[in-house]
Design a binder for this molecule. Structure first.
Ligand SMILES: *[C@@H]1O[C@H](CO)[C@@H](O)[C@H](O)[C@H]1NC(C)=O
Ligand SMILES: *[C@@H]1O[C@H](CO)[C@@H](O)[C@H](O)[C@H]1NC(C)=O
Ligand SMILES: *[C@@H]1O[C@H](CO)[C@@H](O)[C@H](O)[C@H]1NC(C)=O
Length: 542
């Protein structure tokens, strides 16, 4: 597998632009890139047994989106499944544009044999991201892929251009079809333990590089529910990027990647010319599932040999400590030329604290999951469309409180109001025995602290208010808390959800409505001209 180098990437980009506009056109600042993606079922055997999976343009995982900061993406999604479908762009901020977020609170799903053209910009973003299906339980069948956003010319990145660039989508996997898994959940049963772990949709893949050279490995956990540890036999990894933040470049023997998260590391092939094991193994599970791939030196004649490098399995402290070493390089730039540290997040006093507690709940005798005592249920109409067309009766703004609830869980289409430009503190309080992974669409946020037990105002003394990084998905350890700070500068209807897909599906999510009473195109775009209408919105026209 040979990665696309940055130089080649730019050539592709420029050719693409010329092909679209013809040669007479002046190349615009922010180029357009056009895609047509057809979603179908297919049969493959990632764990040795043939099973139905979701393909995009015949591929599993789906095609890699390789773009540059500020590119305009025009992507026609054609749905050839037997069920309504949407893709969401995990970590793409959709600035002023929650219309394109691709979740059921913002978009009508694309019906079978229908299509929808997404139109969005990778505005001020750089780094390693993913996309995946947000509808039904499709994520369990594939339909996911990588989004790699490269720097614009002349924007310095804080490391030399690597000699190659590998993308590794790692995740737990079931041999059971997504429809059967969904039926388990609908009937109140929980998911069984996963059957395995995949790396790029396979039992075993090979990554080749030249001895002495340095390669980037972009690692994303695209699985349903299991945290993974990633490591490479006999090699250390230099962490350089986490979900769009450029980090202090520490060396690690292994890194934890929780569900929904992405990291990028540099690996120098500085060992004897041999083949080495790449390992992803499950964290915090009684049985440890392991997937391997091969790092092949092009001058190697020696196949891989065991033992596999050892990684942590149940050590929560280890993971917590490692998380605190993921820090911002304050002097490095990210997607923009100014240093990322010039935004002094630690000097801003949050306007309020939102405390969110996850819990298991029983509704009509069936297992659900709740946030602050409310288990989310999708409305027939996207919340964003209800707002836009002033349709009442779809959601209410007092459907979820900003502190944990002591009462029995209830079911609602929960939306929490927030004002544009608020700067807020969100405490995730996890009183359950499983690790949580929380994701916010439309934003990245500073993960300022974590700790065991109950968060109290005194916990703030432990915050990193200087150089923690921003990311879009934060883990919360068992019986622990994690605090994030968010600058609510992106108006829209944004999904705040568990990245653990069983929990998300069963209600551990809600929407944060970032709103300004004075409507202005400077803050938020109008509905796109091709907006799909459904539910109570079908009678309206944009
Ligand atoms: C996309 O859908 C429109 C109708 O909404 C249809 O006219 C068009 O042919 C479809 N395009 C493709 C490629 O299926
Ligand atoms: C931070 O980034 C700068 C480039 O702006 C780089 O020279 C420096 O080595 C980086 N520091 C660390 C500790 O990674
Ligand atoms: C919705 O209501 C707001 C104010 O209440 C108004 O400004 C806006 O034009 C209305 N939108 C539609 C589509 O009727």
């Amino acid at each position: 597998m040979k990665a696309m180098g940055r130089a080649r990437m730019m050539v592709h980009l420029i050719c693409g632009v010329l092909a679209v506009f013809g040669v007479s056109v002046v190349v615009a600042d922010d180029p357009y890139r056009f895609y047509t993606w057809t979603v179908t079922y297919g049969t493959i055997a990632p764990l040795g047994v043939p099973q139905q999976v979701i393909l995009i343009n015949g591929q599993f995982p789906g095609p890699k989106l390789e773009v540059v900061t500020n590119d305009n993406i025009v992507l026609d999604l054609i749905n050839k499944l037997d069920q309504p479908f949407l893709l969401t762009w995990n970590g793409i901020k959709q600035r002023k544009n929650s219309w394109q977020d691709g979740v059921l609170g913002t978009n009508c799903p694309v019906p079978p044999n229908g299509n929808y053209t997404y139109n969005f910009q990778t505005k001020d973003q750089i780094g390693s991201f993913t996309y995946f299906p947000s509808t039904s339980f499709h994520k369990a069948a594939g339909g996911f892929g990588a989004i790699n956003i490269y720097e614009r010319p002349r924007i310095p990145i804080p490391f030399p251009d690597p000699d190659g660039d590998f993308t590794l989508l790692i995740g737990d996997w079931y041999r059971t079809s997504h429809k059967t898994l969904q039926k388990f959940l609908d009937s109140g049963r929980s998911l069984p333990f996963p059957d395995g772990v995949l790396i790029n949709g396979q039992g075993h893949s090979t990554f080749s590089g030249d001895q002495g050279k340095t390669y980037m490995f972009r690692i994303s956990n695209v699985g349903l529910s299991t945290s993974l540890n990633f490591r490479i036999q006999a090699h250390t990894m230099k962490l350089v990027e986490v979900e769009g933040s450029h980090t202090i470049q520490n060396e690690y023997d292994s890194v934890d990647v929780h569900v929904g998260q992405s990291v990028a590391v540099l690996v120098t092939l500085n060992q004897a010319p041999k083949d080495y094991y790449i390992v992803a193994s499950t964290r915090f599970t009684k049985t440890v599932l392991t997937a391997t791939a091969t790092l092949h030196y092009t001058n190697s004649r020696t196949p891989v040999s065991r033992p596999l490098p050892v990684g942590p399995t149940y050590q929560i402290h280890w993971s917590m400590k490692q998380a605190r070493t993921f820090r911002w390089n304050l002097t490095a730039s990210a997607a923009r030329p100014n240093p990322q540290g010039s935004f002094h997040y630690g000097k801003i006093t949050p306007s309020r604290t939102i405390k969110l507690a996850n819990s298991a709940a029983l509704i009509n005798g069936k297992r659900r999951f709740a946030v602050n005592g409310v288990t989310y249920i999708n409305a027939d109409t996207p919340l964003k469309l209800a707002d836009y067309f002033n349709i009442s009766g779809v959601f209410s703004l007092n459907s979820i409180q900003s502190i944990p609830s002591e009462s029995t869980a209830s079911i609602a289409t929960s939306v929490m109001p927030a004002s544009l430009h608020e700067f807020i503190e969100i405490v995730f309080q996890n009183n359950e025995r499983t690790v949580q992974s929380w994701h916010l669409d439309g934003y990245d946020f500073w993960v300022v602290g974590n700790g065991f037990g109950q968060w109290t105002p005194a916990s703030r003394k432990k915050y990193n208010l200087v150089d923690t990084l921003t990311r879009h998905t934060a883990q919360v350890y068992p019986n622990s808390w994690t605090t994030i700070l968010v600058s609510l500068d992106n108006q829209g209807m944004w999904n705040l959800r568990s990245a653990n897909w069983e929990r998300q599906y069963l209600g551990q999510q809600f929407y944060l409505r970032v709103w300004n009473p004075v409507q202005s195109l400077a803050n938020e775009y109008n509905a796109p001209s091709n907006v799909q209408l459904c539910g109570k919105a079908v009678r309206h026209h944009p």
